[in-house]
Design a protein around this ligand. Structure first.
Ligand code: SAM
Length: 279
């Protein structure tokens, strides 16, 4: 079977099941994400790409937020993730603060699959047209005081990369469209005065095993040498957020954190948090 034949939803499901039991391995990464989401102001939090929720301490976050909306294409992963965290007495009574939305945040996986099956210029045009819309914004009953995207953008880009193939001349434009659609979705879902945090994974230990011991040095090098995952250079994303058409959303220039290591067992990733405050 060609990789283009695999339904992207089934592929995400497969990855989520494979990391379902990684709660312990995620501890340091979870602390980085949870601590940042605890300090944002307001009452409602929306997490895009919540998946197994291994990177969210929901017992702590439900103590902080009155309403938390978890969003992912994989409803079962979110439900199992929440059930795992609330199976003991911790967080008693606060689980009700969590709501789920199962949806494709790009709204284009059908068109993406069509391109993978038949890479005609009509199918590419249909896909590009669909990526100009923001389907998630209407579905998620926002806005929210805080919106987090938890290492989701790299997954979205990978879906399109697998569908069209790494050698396709169409790939670069599609990556840029998917990225812009995601950044606009995050911005639109964030309430005026609210906070958006884009947790961005951009390189793995497959290419740079030394990242585990020297995250800052590896980040500096891969950014300089264009060695990040396609479309995921964090400095470029920070710059895009600070330029038209996205700059008008923010009250101040987007800020980027130091990188940290996300240990996923056989592989580790470098991650940064890019934080934006809405006007
Ligand atoms: C890297 S995982 C995030 C990690 C996750 N928060 C956890 O702790 O397990 C990315 C998530 O994005 C979800 N995802 C991928 N494509 C999506 C799409 N088109 N719409 C919504 N969610 C998607 C996957 O199902 C997966 O759960």
């Amino acid at each position: 079977m060609k990789q283009q034949d695999v339904n992207p939803f089934l592929r995400q499901r497969y990855f989520n099941r494979a990391s379902q039991t990684s709660w312990r391995a995620f501890a340091a990464h979870r602390e980085q994400i949870t601590a940042r989401l605890e300090t944002a102001t307001g009452n409602s939090l929306c997490v895009l790409g919540a998946g197994n929720c291994n990177d969210l301490d929901l017992v702590r976050l439900t103590a902080r937020w009155e309403q938390i909306r978890l969003v992912d294409i994989d409803a079962e992963a979110m439900q199992a993730g929440v059930a795992n965290q609330f199976h003991t007495a911790g967080g008693m009574g606060r689980r009700e603060r969590i709501e789920f939305s199962a949806c494709d945040l790009t709204g284009t996986l059908e068109q993406c699959h069509a391109v993978a099956q038949v890479p005609s210029s009509e199918n590419f045009a249909r896909l590009r047209g669909a990526l100009a819309g923001l389907p998630a914004v209407g579905q998620l009953s926002g806005p929210y005081a805080a919106v987090a995207s938890t290492c989701l953008l790299s997954q979205l880009i990978t879906i399109f990369q697998r569908a069209v193939g790494e050698a396709s001349p169409e790939l670069r434009a599609l990556v840029e469209l998917v990225r812009l659609q995601h950044l606009r979705t995050v911005a639109e879902l964030t309430a005026p005065g609210g906070t958006a945090v884009l947790f961005t994974d951009f390189v793995s230990s497959d290419a740079h095993p030394e990242l585990v011991n020297a995250p800052e040095m590896v980040m500096e090098r891969v950014v300089r040498e264009q060695g990040c995952f396609p479309g995921m250079n964090p400095l470029l994303i920070q710059r895009l957020l600070g330029e038209a058409p996205l700059a008008s959303y923010w009250a101040e220039p987007p800020a980027m954190s130091a990188p940290w290591v996300w240990d996923l067992g056989p592989r580790s990733y470098l991650v940064t948090a890019i934080t934006c405050r809405r006007r």
